[in-house]
Design a protein around this ligand. Structure first.
Ligand code: C5P
Length: 241
């Protein structure tokens, strides 16, 4: 079983626009002096059994990414494809470009989760090998409410038992054949999901969950860069002790 990684990195980061980092999409912002995307790619390159990492980027961003690959010596395992209109489109473009066998593992990771660690990546690959499909999920610690949106906020309609809930993170992945089937069924039905698991689930494929961590959060809003730097400093301090 070979292991391929897809990193969709073609977002424009509109939720960040209200803050102080409005100039660049969030995957190109710097965390501790290194671009978010480079940190995400490096995490996967540190796993020896990862054969290749395929980045989906906007055409207008290709040169910038190529020069980062060169500057940070990311090496020949990294490849580029054109991004799509949404996350699913970006991942689909990469799936079409991969030369995989049906039983190879394909992991998809958000470019904007730069603090993913090697152990979690390894556990996800192991779970795909064992179960066919797997995602990283964070157990819910808050009480979860189902709501109906209203003009001035929301009204609670139910309380969801939190032991039955995990918050979906990435990486998410499956054997190539399963993922490809889930994507083509979604495309045929005009279904757009915000993660791979939702496509796998609707295709009737069982998806296992491996434990995630709060550190593996998605850089989304102003303040998140500072939070990522806090975690990095904490890890550097722990390493020094
Ligand atoms: O914006 P969102 O949280 O959905 O982004 C998740 C990931 O999908 C990010 O890494 C972003 O760059 C990527 N994305 C993409 N192509 C798009 C939109 C988002 O690759 N058109």
């Amino acid at each position: 079983m070979r292991v391929f990684v897809i990193i969709p990195a073609a977002g424009i980061g509109t939720r960040m626009a209200a803050g102080s980092h409005a100039a660049a999409p969030k995957q190109f912002l710097s965390v501790g002096g290194v671009p978010v995307l480079v940190r995400s790619v490096r995490a996967f390159l540190e796993v020896p059994r990862v054969d290749a990492v395929c980045l989906a980027v906007r055409g207008t961003e290709r040169e910038r990414v190529e020069s980062q690959i060169h500057e940070y010596k990311l090496g020949p395992r990294v490849h580029l494809v054109e991004g799509g209109e949404n996350r699913q489109g970006s991942v689909n473009n990469a799936l079409l470009a991969l030369e995989c066998d049906d039983d190879d593992a394909v992991l998809v990771h958000d470019a904007v989760r730069p603090l993913i660690d090697e152990a979690t990546i390894e556990r996800t690959i192991d779970a795909i090998e064992r179960h066919g499909a797997a995602i990283v999920g964070l157990p819910a610690v808050d009480t979860i409410k189902q709501v109906e949106r209203t003009a001035d906020g929301a009204i609670i309609t139910a309380t969801v038992p939190r032991e039955r809930v995990v918050l979906a993170q990435t990486p998410q992945g499956a054997r190539f054949g399963l993922l490809q089937r889930a994507f083509s069924e979604a495309e045929a039905d005009g279904f757009a999901g915000t993660d791979e698991a939702s496509l796998l689930e609707r295709a009737g494929i069982e998806v296992a969950v491996v434990a995630g961590s709060a550190k593996n959060f998605k850089i989304t809003q102003p303040g998140d860069i500072e939070l990522a730097e806090f975690y990095l400093n904490q890890a550097a301090g722990a390493g020094a002790r």
